[in-house]
Design a protein around this ligand. Structure first.
Ligand SMILES: [Zn+2]
Length: 438
């Protein structure tokens, strides 16, 4: 017999330390070299078989990779900040995924858990009221911040790893701990899917801190209503001319973009369910007295179903092209990310719910919640489900300061031991061998 709550209590301080260490060294999508290196080192020390780099990240399936010089600069920064060159050599060029494997060598199911490595390109608040700043663990990398709680997810992942492997004698089957790059912008999951990391998975579990679940001890067992989404970067290329002298010789890329953007936001709604479109950034222009020869904008569409999102994408592409023709400019569209809709399986949701009954720190349980955003974990969930496995996505309640993706985002660290325990107890229900006399 063993007591998970005691094991978790023993590592409570460690969970906090991990979280704060990851928070101090945030890295944006596809550049999570130092973060991935820390995960590798920790898992190896615990006794996991660890794979990383191109063996678990398909090169072609990576979306929205930053430019080469950013990848290189970030790699150099990781070295300076203590990453082990032997480990991150094979991650160079944006291969930052990690897989921790624990084979019990007894026949049984394969259970996979997924955690995200990336932070956001957001400057962290330096207000006294911001807890990480006050406690001196705020970001050391200017303009980058863990503003979504993935630092917490990483700590939870390592916590689960540390305790799970101690229980080796009591377990059957295989555990896979997936540490995914580039969740932000829904860019990274597909690369691990296509590398085959999930091909043999029977049970898939992931989750998120916060996201509208605001109380410590409040848990959602399964999410649904993930929106199918596509992300694009669009560029118009016209030609410049003097706005006073010979404007007739210019081809106005800015007006093409402006026309497109107004019309993108005017795409008709869909009768079969909800849809979204947003142009989040627009950059353009060469100077006040010049016809703008270039314009770039970032666009996303979403739909309640794959069909609705497809409809949004088709309409968007027609508008993008039409606006280019109106202003006689050329254009290119680059796909930067995509994720499907997904639902959690009822069977796995009730297994989680049953597990929560025995955990005293869990105060309030919801079986399901609508997600109404997008998360590329759905690409993993869908693959597992298509192959006959079960998947669910939990939410771990915590008071959130500042809101997700804001410079003053923070969560309550009390969620770390609770989420660790919830995940551990759930996995045990799936892979634990019956005790003698039970
Ligand atoms: Zn997130």
């Amino acid at each position: 017999m063993f007591n998970i709550s005691l094991f978790v209590a023993e590592i409570e301080e460690q969970l906090k330390l991990w979280r704060r260490e990851f928070h101090k060294f945030p890295e944006a999508s596809w550049t999570e070299y130092r973060t991935a290196c820390e995960v590798v080192k920790n898992l190896e020390t615990m006794g996991y078989e660890v794979l990383w780099g191109p063996s678990v990240v398909s090169a072609e399936a990576r979306m929205g990779l930053p430019p080469q010089e950013i990848l290189e600069q970030s790699w150099q920064r990781a070295l300076k900040q203590g990453a082990d060159p032997k480990i991150i050599n094979t991650m160079q060029g944006g291969f930052t995924g990690v897989l921790g494997l624990f084979k019990t060598c007894r026949p049984g199911p394969t259970v996979a858990l997924r955690f995200e490595l990336d932070a956001l390109e957001i400057a962290e608040s330096d207000a006294e009221s911001h807890y990480p700043f006050r406690e001196k663990f705020s970001s050391l990398n200017p303009g980058i911040m863990h503003a979504c709680g993935h630092d917490g997810h990483l700590a939870i992942g390592l916590g689960v790893a540390k305790i799970l492997i101690k229980l080796k004698e009591h377990l059957a089957g295989t555990i896979k701990l997936i540490f995914q790059p580039a969740e932000e912008g829904v860019r990274g999951a597909q690369s691990m899917v296509e590398a085959g990391v999930l091909d043999d998975v029977d049970y898939f579990i992931s989750g998120h801190i916060g996201l509208g679940v605001n109380n410590i001890g409040e848990i959602v067992c399964g999410s649904e209503g993930f929106l199918d989404t596509s992300k694009y970067d669009v560029e118009y290329i016209g030609s410049s001319a003097h706005a006073g002298h010979n404007p007739e010789n210019g081809k106005n890329a800015l007006l093409a973009a402006a026309t497109a953007i107004i019309n993108l936001h005017a795409i008709s709604r869909h009768g079969q369910g909800s849809s979204r479109v947003n142009v989040g950034t627009l950059n353009s222009g060469n100077g006040r007295n010049l016809i703008p020869s270039w314009a770039k904008y970032t666009l996303e569409t979403r739909g309640e179903t794959e069909e609705i999102n497809k409809y949004m994408v088709e309409k968007a592409k027609r508008i993008i092209q039409g606006a280019a023709e109106m202003y006689d400019v050329s254009f290119n569209i680059r796909k930067m990310g995509s994720a499907h809709g997904a639902v959690s399986n009822d069977q796995l949701i009730s297994l989680v719910a049953k597990t929560l009954d025995d955990i005293s720190d869990v105060k309030k349980v919801h079986l399901k919640k609508q997600f109404t955003a997008s998360e590329d974990v759905t690409n993993m969930m869908r693959l597992v489900q298509d192959k006959g496995g079960l998947a669910t996505y939990l939410l771990f309640g915590s008071e959130i300061t500042g809101g997700h993706h804001q410079g003053n985002f923070d969560f309550d660290e009390k969620v770390l031991p609770i989420a660790t325990r919830v995940l551990l107890e759930t996995i045990l229900r799936i892979v634990r061998l019956p005790e003698r006399g039970e």
